[in-house]
Design a binder for this molecule. Sequence first.
Ligand SMILES: [Zn+2]
Ligand SMILES: [Zn+2]
Length: 363
Amino acid sequence: MRAAVLHAPHEPLRIEQVDTPDVLLAQEVRVATAAVGLCHSDLHVIDGRVARPMPVVLGHEASGVVTEVGDAVTDVRVGDHVIACFVVYCGACRQCRAGRPAMCQNREATMRPAEAPPRLAQSGREVHQWTNIGGFAEEMVLHRNAVTVIDPRMPLDLAAMLGCAVATGVGSARTVAGVGPGDHVVVIGAGGVGLNVCQGAAGAGAASVIALDRSDERLALAAESFGATHTINTAADSHAAATIHRLTDGGADHVFEAVGVPALVDLGLEAAARGGSVWAVGVFGDDAEIAFPAGHLHSGKGVHGVRAGSLVPRRDLPRLVQDYLAGALELDALAGRRIPLDDIQDGIADLERGVGARTLVVF
Ligand SMILES: [Zn+2]
Ligand SMILES: [Zn+2]
């Protein structure tokens, strides 16, 4: 099958032939990829901010149709429409047993054992499968806990975005922070994840949802389609925290940092109300460190890490599908260009320039 392979940081993705195994292991499924979203986390690997073994097939929010299942797979069938999501969990460790698959501490159990041939290979040499997904490919061989079966009425191109951008954004607002009616919410970064934090917070009844970004285009999208009540272009307003305190009568209850820049966590603490929380949703570089005035702690403010919106895939993804089918979740405005695999490098360039919402590779 064909896949977009990254051989080294800063190089373009190359469309190449990649081999998948003829025989599945007992716990595996084979999926014909329908669509995959391009996410900033993919870019972090390409630009070297996040170091990963190479060569690698990136892509971690995908959808597709199951074409084969391993002998022990009883909960997924050939022909099922699925979302392949980067929250791949063993199902047996302490975190999984406690209902926190996003925190799974034994992801090795969802990979192939060393003695088995790799899931992806070129001339017998392993090609890594990023986040155990590797969605920039015509076909995915996955652990069964990497996939969630969804309602076949759901358009598969839009479904792909549920696996990362939507799950992380909506889950951060709904599940992790527990945004409630009357809360004042600030969202820093109006990309794929940030827009979904906006709609999650708006749907939870927030009194205000203030979106911050450096792009007027994205801020307009946040206000028109994702429930932002106010927008601040931080390239034009160097006193964003003061503006937020004025708009919210004393600061935000919840600030979501959806970019992955340490200085923006500091801005979030400035913008937070006494007792408010900053939720670090963005993916930071491997060497990033965060420093902030300790006095914020004495004001009862806190910074909390967020992992994948604490997603429980088989509980939350079908619910998001139903929300979309019921008209209660905006996805159409989130999707930008649809491109074929051969044009993926153009999509990566879109990401680098920060244009559009979510570029989708469709198969
Ligand atoms: Zn992502
Ligand atoms: Zn686990």
